[in-house]
Design a protein around this ligand. Structure first.
Ligand code: PGA
Length: 229
């Protein structure tokens, strides 16, 4: 299983250092085949050592240049960052990232060999129209994406399940992941209110290769409870 923690706009450099210390201590009990990723805010990025990979939640598709407020490859290379989240629904919705821009980003980081966790997910009104509508919607989020790229995985995150405490049901996750597996031959993570109470059932679904966790990753103990469950 893959366990990825997305801090979003939480934690400081100082609290991230403490978190990583606690995480490292707990990860000595991790199963060898499990993989852990942490996505701290950009201000907390550094060379952290441990049995996990540090990635960034975002970057701009540029080496360096005039894009006020963004970071590019030059800034990521300073910390040897080679892993990035692309297409998170918060960026699509709050920051108006279009499919065209998201796919441009995907291709830029693909060309530089980055490991990409590519996020997709439907809003509630689409889920309410049924599984067929969901898959049609999700398919559009692969427009412009090279699904043959060998260094990426998908994170399926229904928007209505993110940060709401209401995760998708085992049946919904199973059906959607199975449909996605017919289209894409890459690991597929589930995200959306993953927590201690549901990690056992979610991780036992065959087509779930891992989880992308927001809220329950913010505290090292609760994240470790998921990783070590
Ligand atoms: P959540 O967030 O676990 O807080 O629902 C998941 C995500 O946005 O990746």
């Amino acid at each position: 299983m893959i366990y990825a923690g997305n801090f979003k706009t939480n934690h400081t450099r100082s609290s991230t250092i403490d978190y990583i210390k606690e995480l490292n201590f707990g990860l000595k009990d991790k199963k060898a085949e499990d993989k852990v990723y942490i996505f701290p805010p950009l201000t907390a990025i550094d060379f952290y050592r441990g049995n996990f990979t540090i990635g960034v939640q975002n970057a701009y598709p540029i080496e360096s240049g005039a894009v006020t407020g963004e970071v590019g490859i030059e800034q990521l290379e300073e910390f040897n960052i080679k892993t990035i989240l692309i297409g998170h629904s918060e960026r699509r919705e709050l920051l108006n990232e279009t499919q065209e821009f998201v796919s441009k980003k995907f291709n830029f980081f693909k060309e530089r060999g980055f490991e990409i966790i590519y996020c997709i997910g439907e809003p509630l009104e689409v889920r309410e129209r049924g599984e067929k509508a969901v898959i049609e919607y999700l398919k559009e989020q692969f427009i412009g994406i090279d699904i043959d790229y060998s260094n990426f995985m998908v994170a399926y995150e229904p928007i209505w399940a993110i940060g709401t405490g209401r995760s998708a049901t085992v049946e919904e996750i199973t059906t959607t992941h199975n449909e996605l597996k017919k289209l894409i031959n890459r690991p597929i993570l589930y995200g959306g209110s993953v927590k201690k109470a549901n990690i056992a059932e979610i991780s036992s679904i065959d087509s779930v290769d891992g989880v992308l966790v927001g809220g329950a990753s913010l505290n090292s103990d609760s994240f470790l409870e998921l990783v070590l469950h």
